[in-house]
Write a protein of this length. Structure first.
Length: 174
């Protein structure tokens, strides 16, 4: 069985930007006990060690645009030309884990469509909460049926016919 890490990240004080941590909290309640779930304000270099200790990582974040209710797609490690410990995207973090720790971890992004990001507040919009619920059900299904890792070149988990129509696409990250 694969060791799976789920990292939900975003700013809960910026309305729908809190979708990642909210998803992590919900997934933690529903995930099998062998799945590690973490919530972050942002991704950091220290996450490379956690990624390297797992076979699969699923990054969950809010998406400013893209398909509704969410997009799910593989992450290809990509070394960042510019580096900041305050702004790391999943491809750069995956490359850091690979290049410094020899990680062969497979990565995926679950980008949940949000709508309200311009104001301060800890309330996720109604439409984004509906997208969150569908995304959490998808993650529960994928983890519960052992459908990770996703086969190469495929945007849907191996053997999974699809979820929420066209939501499983390569688009979606803000």
């Amino acid at each position: 069985m694969s060791k799976v890490l789920v990292i939900g990240y975003g700013n809960p004080g910026r309305q729908d930007d809190g979708l990642g941590p909210a998803a992590a909290e919900a997934v933690e309640r529903l995930a099998p006990p062998d799945v590690t779930v973490e919530a972050r304000f942002q991704l950091g270099v220290e996450d490379a060690a956690a990624i390297a200790a797992h076979d699969v990582v699923v990054f969950i974040d809010a998406a400013v645009e893209g398909p509704e209710p969410f997009a799910f797609h593989p992450v290809t490690p990509k070394t960042a030309l510019d580096f900041s410990s305050h702004l790391l995207e999943p491809p750069a973090l995956m490359a850091l884990a690979r290049d410094t720790l020899g990680a062969q971890t497979q990565g995926y992004v679950l980008a949940i469509r949000g709508y309200r990001f311009d104001e301060f507040g800890d309330r996720i919009s109604t439409r984004a909460r509906m997208n969150l619920a569908m995304a959490v059900l998808f993650v529960k299904s994928v983890l519960g049926k052992g459908l990770l890792p996703v086969s190469k070149g495929d945007a849907t988990p191996a053997g999974h016919a699809g979820c929420a129509g066209a939501a499983l696409s390569r688009g979606g990250r803000r």
